[in-house]
Design a protein around this ligand. Structure first.
Ligand SMILES: *Cc1c(COP(=O)(O)O)cnc(C)c1O
Length: 504
């Protein structure tokens, strides 16, 4: 006699009520579209009340709740309190402004569910295609390899790892950095993004191996100082290995002399890496592409589709001029990931170009967005942001009490409220207070920085929703709040730069 099979109690994450899920999903999409459509009517940012902060300290749920209730909670707790970067007046840290198409693509990528570590599937083909499109957009040759990564920081790490391995003088993958005959030296300007420090630390070279080359009044790398530093390092027994040029610095948008640095790298036998997180895509903007000419001569490029292509986070891209060098930097072949002649594993493994094994399907949001709008439109949007920054700079020059602190190279404007005859420290307090009041009232989000020892407000216009009227409003508000603070001070109303001082 056969034993009686016990009744199963197998579970799944799929819903018991597919129709209910379907109508909730429709609701989510309707709410999402309204959220983006009405963004201009909301403040850029607002601080969270205590109830909201407290809600995020609740412990992990062990029991189920209806999805509709949980979604309702999200609507109350999350959606009203974003960073603000999808708003037309967000010009703070450097990032894109997102789009509904990008969000739909994220949803579809998750529904497809493919893991882009590799595999014989359409998602992997799309990943290759998108990398190839980005390669073409930068003018790189078709010998190049590339990979989509989380963002610019990772893209730079990919490029700099290829550089280190190619320049090490030994098989550094097998022997390690301690076996290198001469310590390597990398070079970047004193305006270099902080991710490069993390990269050289991670690569085992140490922060001291990354020499900071001085910049001129235009905040571009001084190429003759670079040449001197290379000679000095050679004499001291180091091996000059790589120059990191920046196409669009994060402080002021300065673009290093790419042809000049390329020529020096060729003469000296150095790897030429371009951090193009901000500026590489200017190559698709007809009126401005001359600013980044020379980019196409690099050995590696880092770029950031979650900036000027406005796809949702995360999306960066590393391109290496020689695909074999790129692959040799990362490829490994464990027995559990062997390719097969047919079937699901009949593929080139995409993780061979990358540090990650499992990889998000980042290509879909770039693919969908580029197909919907076409590359030419993105070129026009880049031109538009650069023109807006020039417009803003003009307004600042014509406004008494406002002063440009750095030349406007592309889409970043550095300026400050300067009522005259004040020490730096006071100007710093004054402008910081202006910045914070604009954030707290939700009128505009700008950041602050310091260039050549001057504290200033920094407006980075990487935003397809910004209009010139938004910049008019910014200038009005900076002048108005600055005036209020300065008058409060001279009326003897205590310290006007006190955040608690009432605004009159
Ligand atoms: C944004 C940026 C980075 C870092 O990119 P993430 O996408 O934030 O990781 C690196 N370099 C420059 C010049 C940048 O503007």
């Amino acid at each position: 006699m056969e034993a009686k099979v016990p009744e199963t109690t197998e579970e799944t994450l799929d819903p018991g009520d597919w129709d209910g899920l379907q109508s909730l999903a429709h609701q989510v999409v309707d709410d999402a579209i309204a959220h983006v459509r009405n963004v201009r009517d909301r403040p850029v940012w607002r601080d969270m009340p205590a109830e909201v902060r407290d809600a995020f300290t609740a412990s992990a749920p062990s029991h189920p709740q209806p999805l509709a209730d949980v979604y309702h909670e999200l609507h109350e707790l999350l959606m009203p309190y974003p960073m603000g970067n999808i708003h037309p007046r967000f010009w703070m840290w450097y990032m894109g402004a997102g789009s509904v198409t990008g969000a739909l693509a994220e949803f579809l990528a998750a529904i497809d569910g493919s893991n882009l570590g590799g595999g014989n599937n359409a998602a992997a083909l799309m990943d290759r295609q998108v990398v190839d499109w980005l390669r073409q957009m930068t003018g790189f040759p078709d010998s190049a390899g590339g990979t989509l990564v989380s963002g610019g920081s990772m893209a730079n790490i990919i490029g700099l790892t290829a550089a280190r391995n190619a320049m090490a003088g030994i098989d550094v993958r097998s022997e390690g950095v301690a076996a290198m005959p001469q310590p390597l030296r990398f070079y970047g300007s004193d305006q270099l993004h902080s991710c490069h420090q993390k990269a050289v630390e991670l690569l085992g070279l140490g922060n001291k191996a990354l020499r900071r080359v001085p910049t001129g009044p235009d905040f571009r790398m001084d190429v003759s100082a670079l040449e001197d530093m290379i000679a000095e390092d050679r004499n001291a027994g180091f091996r000059p290995a790589c120059v990191i040029a920046t196409a669009g610095t994060v402080n002021t948008g300065a673009i290093d002399d790419l042809p000049g640095i390329n020529a020096l790298c060729r003469k000296e036998g150095l790897w030429f890496h371009v951090d193009g997180c901000i500026g590489a895509l200017i190559a698709i903007a007809p009126e401005n592409r001359h600013l980044v000419s020379g980019l196409e001569m690099a050995d590696s490029i880092a770029l950031d589709p979650h900036k000027w292509l406005h796809v949702p986070f995360e999306a960066g891209c590393a391109l290496v001029r020689d695909a074999t060098t790129h692959r040799n930097t990362f490829a490994v072949h464990p027995e559990y990931l062997e390719g097969k002649p047919r079937g699901i594993a009949a593929c080139e493994y995409l993780h061979d170009y990358n540090l990650q094994t499992s990889r998000a399907f980042r290509a879909l949001k770039i693919w969908l967005t580029l197909k919907e709008h076409g590359i030419d439109k993105f070129g026009r949007l880049i031109n538009q942001n650069i023109a807006q920054a020039r417009y803003l700079s003009g307004l600042i020059e014509r406004t008494p009490d406002l002063q440009l602190v750095a030349p406007t190279a592309i889409n970043i404007v550095c300026f400050r409220h300067d009522p005259g005859a004040r020490p730096e420290a006071e100007l710093c307090d004054l402008n910081t207070e202006i910045m914070l009041r604009m954030q707290e009232t939700g009128v505009a989000a700008v950041s602050d920085t310091s260039v050549a020892g001057h504290h200033c407000l920094r407006v980075a216009i990487c935003n397809h929703r910004t209009r010139r009227e938004d910049l008019d409003l910014l200038v009005q508000e900076v002048s108005r709040i600055g005036g209020v603070l300065v008058r409060g001070e001279s009326a003897g109303a205590g310290n006007a730069i006190d955040p608690s001082a009432a605004e009159k």
